[in-house]
Design a protein around this ligand. Structure first.
Ligand code: SF4
Ligand code: SF4
Ligand code: SF4
Length: 579
């Protein structure tokens, strides 16, 4: 049984399990101690000294994020010494910080800015020479501005500890120490997979996505262009947060209405190509099982996972499903089927995807997704960028009525919706694989693969065959799963990997939530609940039941895996250098 510890915090009695930190214990007494470098499950190093407290009978100040409670301890979180120390710490951080709040991407939701305001700091008390770092904006997805870096190392932990990529770290010594890539090369030249987990971990404006907003406005204003948007499954579950709606609010109708108000545009539902992915992927899995092809089969809808394999596990490329991601499939569908049907030159169709991630900004630049040098998707916008466009357009998002997606890519199934959460692709594929084998729709819920745990395993009997499956989210967890497979410890037939912990609902392009939210709420689970509720409440729950999918195969692709489908909806992968 866990031993319980009794202590007081600001004279309030508290009882918590042994091993609890002072920071966590304070929360149970409704006391929030400010933090900066601490981020639950990611960075716990006690380095920034913003969370310091006093302990009666002990000299000095103690970092509450790493200091465990002890029996009889008396903690004080709000003394003159504590307040003065925190203020000085923030003033010192600001002494070398490029204070350009008005034009900063994090203005009004910056953790440093909030602390500076809360503690009434004098931003010029310690004036030092500001470092001049070159901004790294060479990659098509992430910009690094070290001039705003506060060395909290949250991004470094996200990249090294959670993702095990190691594209960034602390380099140099003494006053010259800073966060950078090996040999100070651009992120673009490293093994960075573009997941953007460093961005959502960053408390300030030192990391952000490469913006493509201006290209979209230009295309909307261009009379020669027809502009179409499509939105990924998780966007409706998170966009509301950019407009101060509670985490876990489904804003699908408002989102479509707002996008229609951006200009003369079509707004389609990417859940349609999530369904299409399932048709192709479930068929591919059955073929691999029947034809003695490489197993286990790994999912391929996460472009950061694909790039991770290309850099780190080239021997696994034959095991990756050849299916394009839902973004890749939608782009190909629009520049072929849709253009043919509406007699549009593919060069004049400007395709904008709205996606939860920065890795998909890289994906749209892949040569494989640009036949004849015409990209299937012209621009990929993050959830955050879409919210900025809506704000630029002066749209009162919260007051909008709901509206449906545009025909013909409007109706999708619950299977497509749950793609946005870890385990969702696996569950959706199993529903359709079961149907393809025995023709029934009885297998609808595969609950063992749900939830935000990093590695989930299950075994199901489908049509008499036992199918052992595994779901990993976060690339560190993917690495563990690969190690177990390659050592022979585990033997799966089908493995889902999503690079972001929790899946796309927690993607690197999603709304940035501050540490005060991330440290104390189940952000991933609350966002995922929107998708599982949409699935549960929807009329259609299996991709093969979608009328849009039936129409696409009847009119155009003939059947999953047939020649045209293979040509347009499948792709290839390339081994890459590791650096
Ligand atoms: S990072 Fe924060 S404090 Fe620094 S310029 Fe941006 S908004 Fe201001
Ligand atoms: S985008 Fe991902 S892989 Fe690249 S530096 Fe950031 S955390 Fe690391
Ligand atoms: S898990 Fe989703 S959001 Fe994260 S990199 Fe992969 S596709 Fe993008």
């Amino acid at each position: 049984m866990t031993k319980m510890i009794n202590l007081t915090i600001n004279n309030i009695p508290v009882t918590v399990p042994e091993g609890t930190t002072i920071l966590q214990a304070a929360k149970t007494a409704h006391i929030e101690i400010p933090t900066l470098c601490y981020l639950k499950d990611i960075n716990c190093i006690g380095a920034c000294r913003v969370c310091v407290v006093e302990i009666v009978g002990r000299r000095g100040l103690f970092a509450s994020c790493v200091y465990p409670v002890e029996e009889g301890m008396q903690v004080l979180t709000n003394t003159p010494t504590v307040r003065s120390s925190r203020r000085t710490t923030i003033e010192l951080i600001l002494s070398t910080h490029h204070k350009k709040c008005l034009s900063c991407v994090r203005n009004n939701h910056c953790e440093l800015q909030s602390l500076a305001y809360d503690y009434a700091v004098d931003e010029d008390r310690f004036v030092d020479e500001e470092p001049i770092y070159k901004i790294d904006d060479l990659s098509p997805y992430v910009v690094r501005d070290n001039n705003k870096c506060i060395q909290c190392l949250r991004c470094v932990s996200a990249c090294n500890k959670v993702q095990t990529v190691g594209a960034i770290g602390q380099i140099r010594r003494g006053f010259n120490v800073h966060v950078g890539s090996p040999f100070e090369i651009s992120l673009n030249e490293t093994s960075c997979v573009g997941c953007g987990q460093c961005i959502v971990a960053c408390p300030v404006g030192a990391l952000y996505e490469k913006s493509n907003i201006d290209q979209v406005w230009d295309a909307i204003a261009d009379p020669k262009k027809k502009v179409v948007f499509f939105t990924a499954p998780s966007i409706a579950a998170t966009l509301g947060e950019c407009f101060d709606l509670p985490v876990g609010t489904n804003v699908e109708g408002k989102m479509v209405q707002a996008m229609k108000m951006l200009g003369d545009v079509e707004v389609f539902n990417m859940n349609v190509t999530a369904d299409l992915t399932i048709m192709e992927e479930a068929t591919e899995l059955l073929h691999r099982l029947q034809e003695d092809k490489p197993l286990p089969m790994f999912t391929s809808c996460c472009p950061a996972w694909i790039k991770f394999c290309e850099h780190n596990y080239p021997e696994l490329l034959p095991n990756l499903s050849t299916c394009k991601s839902p973004q890749g499939m939608f782009g190909a569908l629009l520049k072929s089927y849709y253009c043919e049907k509406h007699n549009i030159d593919p060069k004049d169709l400007f395709v904008v995807s709205v996606i939860p991630c920065t890795a998909k900004k890289f994906e749209v630049t892949r040569e494989e997704l640009a036949p004849n040098n015409i990209p299937d998707v012209d621009v990929a916008l993050t959830t955050r960028e879409l919210s900025r466009m809506i704000k630029h357009a002066g749209i009162a998002f919260r007051d909008l009525p709901g509206r449906e997606f545009d025909n013909p890519f409007d109706i999708a199934t619950g299977a497509g919706a749950i793609f946005g959460a870890t385990g969702g692709v696996m569950e959706a594929a199993l529903r359709t694989a079961a149907h393809l084998i025995d023709g029934t729709n009885e297998a609808l819920e595969f609950k063992d693969v749900r939830g935000t745990v990093g590695i989930k395993e299950a075994a199901y009997t489908i049509g008499g065959t036992e199918v052992s499956v595994c779901v990993a989210s976060g690339l560190g967890n993917a690495r563990k799963v690969i190690d177990m497979i390659q050592s022979g410890e585990k033997n799966y037939l089908f493995v889902e990997v999503m690079a972001c912990p929790g899946g796309c609902v927690n993607g690197g392009g999603q709304p940035v939530q501050s540490d005060s939210v991330r440290n104390y709420t189940e952000l991933k689970a609350n966002r995922a609940a929107v998708l599982y509720n949409a699935d549960k409440d929807g009329e259609l729950r299996c991709s093969h039941d979608s009328p849009v999918i039936k129409m696409l195969y009847d009119e155009y692709f003939e059947a999953p895996g047939k020649e045209k489908a293979h040509h347009l909806l499948h792709t290839t992968y390339t081994p890459r250098k590791k650096l």
